[in-house]
Design a protein around this ligand. Structure first.
Ligand SMILES: Cc1cc2nc3c(=O)[nH]c(=O)nc-3n(C[C@H](O)[C@H](O)[C@H](O)COP(=O)(O)OP(=O)(O)OC[C@H]3O[C@@H](n4cnc5c(N)ncnc54)[C@H](O)[C@@H]3O)c2cc1C
Length: 593
């Protein structure tokens, strides 16, 4: 298959495959059309959304809906929907790019993502032809607004513990829903809801519920810490009469809808968080350049430059991991199409293939954003604490991202759980490389040098992977089925994997830029080097704690020696690299890649 990044990549295989720049799609590879769409999103945001952020947060009646309508008129809501349902049929990378660029729109971004992601995709991917024809064209234009209702007072992370019930009416024409959903984004104005309820008490099933369905009512708007402009309300179902033709997918298979949609949602949340991070960095950089203390701009202080550089680095590494994955999903989708798969089997199948990466992206994107806004407030000093300053809103709005679309704890656990299940099923071979590492531990280390370009960096990434496989392999051997109960170990392993995934994507992108003579290659290489140096310490820390948790005596000693070897870096002046990055950032005034 001819693709922009080379051969098709297997989901989750980054731990066992050699680093390869041909498998790394980057924003520098965007086509002209994609750059134009990005510019259109930026313009829309600057002209329509940013000037209205206060009014949005004050919930000015009708404002959010009218902004969604305007985005719909530009084709931004249905960009990724197929053309036969009124969309533009753009590929997944382009859809991700739109989510990223509009992600800087605070509450608007949340409303939009809920609308065209979890609010529309269940119907697009699991609806019957009649359901798709009825809803998707209107969702694509924004004529209808969508929402997704899964969470209940007693079931959040444990989504399948939902109590909302559904019962077929005596005449067989309706499902009668009773129960409650909470914290439903867009509930204040959405026309259509994907709702999950249990038929006859145990068959977890999806339903399409129109706003005016008899028996559906809404509670008051929640008063939230942030994203105040986003509508968040409870839904009450009291003998709510949902026509049988609104059953979504198959009876008892609602979990397939809920979980598959969330894979895509998680990647898109990362994209939106990235957009928010870039805006927060731009605002903070401008502030640092203009705010003077001790008769000089605070941007001249090393302590501030170091923060700005670290913000840049986290954005750069997030962006690198995000677009690599988005392209892999595109490629897999095409491959599945070529195999004869149709409809929901292509994109959902592709997203499932990269579900591990999607879970990791959700975690790393939301945590990068939290870091960026937190340090952004710090750079603003007391002003950062004042509502008048943009960064204050960014700080409040950021926090939710670690909670919804699966908390970051759940996503860390999920990523590891999927690895273990895939390994057990033979879908991914972790055993052979893990055994090879055990053998390597007892042999004499290879002190040879490799003069190939970037060989040292590539070796480090390969060593990080060895560190994970060594720890994960031993943990599984030692703890066997008890490993699920040792969440702390799983968290350490997940952190090691997330750091490695990001480090690899960041490095491969920097190498590609270097090889193509890109004007910012030196800056991205600095960013990759600093990230790798810090990641080595973090991986060492997590690995050590994991090893202490399950190994003792000689085994523990041997693994600690291995871990030290696998996370050993050469001396690198991170302070100077951060200063160089900050200098470039201050010159450009914004994230400039
Ligand atoms: C502003 C906002 C908008 C939202 N929008 C929507 C929406 O549109 N539609 C919708 O359906 N839902 C929505 N939600 C709900 C959201 O998805 C849930 O809040 C989220 O899934 C977490 O569930 P919970 O709040 O019940 O937390 P809980 O599940 O009670 O979790 C509490 C803590 O325990 C941890 N925890 C839970 N289970 C485990 C475990 N097995 N192992 C380790 N740790 C665990 C969690 O990580 C968390 O730290 C929204 C929530 C908010 C706040």
């Amino acid at each position: 298959m001819e693709t922009q990044t080379g051969t098709a990549v297997q989901g989750g295989s980054f731990l066992i495959r050699p680093s390869d720049t041909t498998q790394c799609f980057t924003p520098e590879d965007f086509k002209e059309e994609q750059q134009m769409i990005a510019k259109m999103c930026d313009d829309f945001l600057e002209k329509e959304v940013i000037p209205k952020l206060n009014e949005l947060d004050d919930k000015e009646p009708g404002l959010m809906q009218s902004l969604l309508d305007k985005a719909g008129a530009l084709g931004l809501l249905g960009a990724a929907f197929p053309q036969e349902y009124g969309g533009l049929g753009e590929d997944f990378v382009t859809a991700t790019l739109i989510n990223e660029r509009l992600g800087a729109g605070h509450s608007f971004a949340v409303a939009m993502a809920a609308h065209n992601g979890i609010g529309s995709l269940p119907i697009l991917y699991f609806g019957t032809e009649a359901q798709k024809q009825k809803y998707i064209p209107k969702l694509a234009t924004g004529e209808m607004k969508g929402a997704y209702a899964l969470t209940e007072p007693g079931s959040g992370s444990d989504a399948l513990g939902a109590k909302t019930s559904a019962k077929l009416s005596d005449d067989g024409k309706h499902y009668i829903l009773n129960g409650q959903k909470i914290w439903i984004t867009n509930a204040g104005f959405a026309d259509v809801f994907t709702v999950f309820a249990k038929i006859d008490g145990d068959k977890f099933t999806g339903f399409i519920v129109d706003r005016d369905t008899p028996g559906l009512s809404f509670g008051e708007e929640e008063h939230k810490m942030g994203i105040k402009g986003s509508s968040t309300r409870p839904l009450f179902f009291e003998n709510c009469m949902v026509p049988v033709e609104n059953l979504l997918g198959e009876i008892g298979r609602g979990h397939i809808i809920a979980f598959n949609i969330l894979n895509i949602g998680r990647l898109k949340l990362c994209a939106a968080a990235l957009g928010g991070s870039k805006r927060a960095l731009a605002v903070t950089t401008q502030y640092a350049k203009t705010r003077e203390q001790f008769k000089v701009p605070i941007a001249s202080f090393g302590a501030i430059q170091s923060k700005l550089a670290e913000m840049f680095i986290r954005i750069y590494t997030t962006e690198s991991a995000l677009y690599c994955t988005a392209r892999w999903i595109d490629e897999k989708e095409k491959a599945l199409g070529a195999e004869g798969k149709r409809g929901n089997e292509t994109l959902l199948g592709a997203a499932e293939e990269f579900a591990i990466e999607c879970a990791m992206l959700k975690v790393l994107g939301s945590e990068a954003l939290d870091y960026v806004v937190d340090e952004g407030v710090q750079v603003h000093g007391g002003n950062g604490y004042m509502d008048d300053y943009d960064i204050s809103r960014s700080y409040r709005d950021s926090r939710i991202n670690r909670i919804f679309e699966g908390t970051n704890e759940i996503n860390r656990l999920l990523a590891l759980d999927m690895y273990l299940k895939r390994a057990l099923k033979g879908r991914i071979n972790l055993l052979t490389p893990a055994m090879a590492i055990q053998k390597e531990l007892t042999s004499i280390p290879d002190f040879g040098t490799d003069d190939a370009p970037f060989a040292e960096e590539m070796k480090l990434i390969a060593n990080f992977k060895k560190a994970i496989l060594m720890c994960a392999g031993a943990a599984v051997q030692k703890l066997t089925t008890k490993i699920e109960g040792e969440q702390e170990v799983l968290m350490y392993l997940a952190d090691m994997a997330i750091d490695t995934f990001q480090a690899e994507c960041a490095l491969l992108r920097a190498i590609k830029m270097q090889e193509s003579g890109h004007e910012h290659a030196a800056t991205t290489m600095d960013a990759a080097h600093v990230f790798i140096a810090d990641a080595a310490d973090r991986i060492n820390h997590s690995g050590k704690n994991a090893i202490y948790a399950f190994a003792e005596g000689d085994e523990q000693r041997m693994m600690l020696i291995g871990l030290k070897r696998f996370t050993k870096t050469n001396a690198f002046n991170t302070k100077e690299a951060r200063r160089r990055i900050a200098a470039k950032l201050l010159e450009k005034g914004t994230y400039f890649l």
